[in-house]
Design a protein around this ligand. Structure first.
Ligand SMILES: [Zn+2]
Length: 329
């Protein structure tokens, strides 16, 4: 099984497994369109187990803000000096994938667009409710769980780097197949590859954008805002959540060590799970080390999933574990 850790998995292989996971969301989207009341929608969602999502053990993460109760996703809000981070996190059935909203004095900057339209619509409504202009939407990496909600942001400047734009272009078939599975007939909206790495200014705040190579995905962005002690690392970290068994764990761990060695960090925005403090980086590294060892020793996907679940019993994002079956084919 050693090849599994060096070659990224073709995500389309596990399409069928994901259909089962996302049935709940598709149902909810359908209910939404039928004009049923919000109260009934919430009751229906509660019946599918998709509401009331909380990590069993939030560990060192801040307490989520309760004001957004009644939404399918969970919004947590962090005041960090000159900026406010609003983290929108999908339910576990949509892999607890996040959209990060950075609010400065007079504008908003958005990172990643969700997986399914029902959740992308919800996060866009939340963003619009903040009442500030959206200066930009950015994509952290090409994976479908961060990209497919793009059609809810098609009226805005939406960018990434030239390399990630290329990753997106070469995975168009994966996106289209996934949208078909979800019965999602919105247009596929991809970002322009015009983003500049290095020091950027968001409403006067210094934002250092860095691109890591060959970690969880081929190319991935981190956004460091030193004045706020914030780094948004997206899929470099799965906080209290199972990580996708993808990419190059050795490089990935080394990138996490670079984050750990960054001075002055107070909060990390993660691609899956709630924002974390820096203490959680060690947990992420331990998870990746254990994941790597499990794929080397366990004889089949079931045994590997059982070993990971036993070692990390309180982790969310169980749907990510289904990807393991593709490694053993
Ligand atoms: Zn992801």
């Amino acid at each position: 099984m050693s090849t599994a850790t060096t070659h990224p998995v073709d995500l389309s292989v596990v399409r069928l497994n994901e259909r089962a996971i996302l049935i709940g969301n598709i149902k909810m989207a359908t209910i939404f369109e039928s004009g049923i009341s919000r109260r009934a929608l919430i009751a229906a969602a509660a019946g599918t187990g998709l509401l009331g999502l909380r990590f069993a053990n939030a560990g060192e993460t801040a307490t989520p803000d309760e004001s957004a109760d009644g939404m399918m996703g969970l919004v947590s809000i962090y005041k960090l000096g000159a900026l406010t981070l609003h983290c929108y996190m999908a339910p576990g059935s949509s892999a607890a994938v996040t959209t990060q909203i950075v609010e400065t004095a007079s504008e908003l900057h958005i990172i990643d667009t969700q997986f399914v339209q029902a959740l992308a619509t919800e996060v866009r409504a939340y963003i619009d409710s903040l009442g500030k202009p959206i200066a930009g939407v950015y994509l952290s990496h090409w994976h479908p769980d961060h990209v497919l909600g793009g059609s809810q942001f098609s009226d805005l400047p939406y960018t990434t780097t030239a390399e990630i734009s290329k990753d997106c272009e070469s995975n168009q078939q994966t996106y289209l197949k996934r949208k078909e599975t979800f019965k999602d007939d919105t247009p596929l909206v991809l970002p322009k590859g015009t983003m500049q790495l290095g020091v950027n200014s968001w409403d006067g705040l210094q934002v250092v954008i860095n691109q890591v190579t060959d970690c969880e995905s081929e190319h991935a962005l981190t956004f460091h805002i030193p004045e706020a002690g914030l780094m948004i690392v997206q899929d470099l970290m799965f906080n209290n959540a199972h990580a996708f068994p993808l990419g190059n764990q050795t490089n990935w761990i080394s990138a996490l060590n670079d984050v750990r060695n960054t001075e002055g960090l107070r909060l990390l925005g993660c691609g899956h799970g709630l924002p974390a403090t820096t203490g959680a980086i060690a947990d992420s590294i331990a998870y990746l080390e254990f994941q790597k060892s499990v794929f080397g020793t366990e004889k089949d996907a079931e045994a590997a999933i059982a070993a990971l679940t036993k070692k990390f019993p309180n982790f969310d994002g169980q749907s990510s574990l289904r990807f393991i079956s593709a490694l053993y084919k």
